[in-house]
Design a protein around this ligand. Sequence first.
Ligand SMILES: [Zn+2]
Length: 160
Amino acid sequence: MKDHIFASWREEYIRGPKEEGCVFCRIASEDDKDKENFVLYRGPQCYIVLNRYPYTSGHLMVVPYRHLAEFTALTASELTEMMSLAQDSVSYLAKQFSPQGFNVGMNLGQSAGAGIEEHLHLHVVPRWTGDSSFVSTIGQTRVVSIATDRVYDELKSSFR
Ligand SMILES: [Zn+2]
């Protein structure tokens, strides 16, 4: 998916300083900062978080609390919960933003495009026809972070 979408605000993420430790474990442990971290929902084994550096508006991730890289090491109940939360995400995103399609999937390993390969996560990316040209025209970090705040507020109520 990343080959087809030009999202210039991702420069900030790619070139900016990387935080020490695992960002997904930090977000999992900061349960008093869900709004700042854009956490939409916490389930028993996984949580849902909006991507701070989205490919498109509404780009979110389903993340197991457990710090692991190997897809084959997920338990059956973690897999079930991940897919079920992905399904809810698609349903709420469809209702709220009417995208024309979705990419749902995982990048496993750096060669496959994983930004954070040590803690696997499932991407849900809403797609619109021609979204690459749309995002490149509004490709300002500030604009997108405002948009992410708004997307968060609009989606948060769906995930109750
Ligand atoms: Zn982790």
